[in-house]
Design a protein. Structure first.
Length: 81
């Protein structure tokens, strides 16, 4: 299984702090969902989603029937976050 962070707005994948890519092959595999979520919070990332790919092939990440995502969104105005 591969676990990635992806920006909601432009679909780019997390590589390292401050570095994003459009290429799945370059994306950082967090190995554990909690590691991806902790990294997003620690870096103050907003509007990202955690993608879980349930196969060994990286392109499978793009097939929603096989995968799901958890979105970490900026709070709406008036909400605390």
């Amino acid at each position: 299984m591969k676990i990635l962070l992806r920006q909601v707005e432009d679909g780019s994948y997390y590589v390292s702090p401050g570095r994003w890519t459009k290429e799945l092959i370059e994306a950082h595999d967090f190995k554990r969902g909690v590691a991806a979520i902790e990294s997003a919070f620690d870096q103050g990332l907003k509007n990202v989603e955690v993608l879980y790919g349930f196969s060994d092939s990286v392109p499978n990440i793009e097939r929603p029937a096989m995968d799901f995502s958890i979105k970490l969104l900026s709070p709406r105005r008036g909400e605390q976050g």
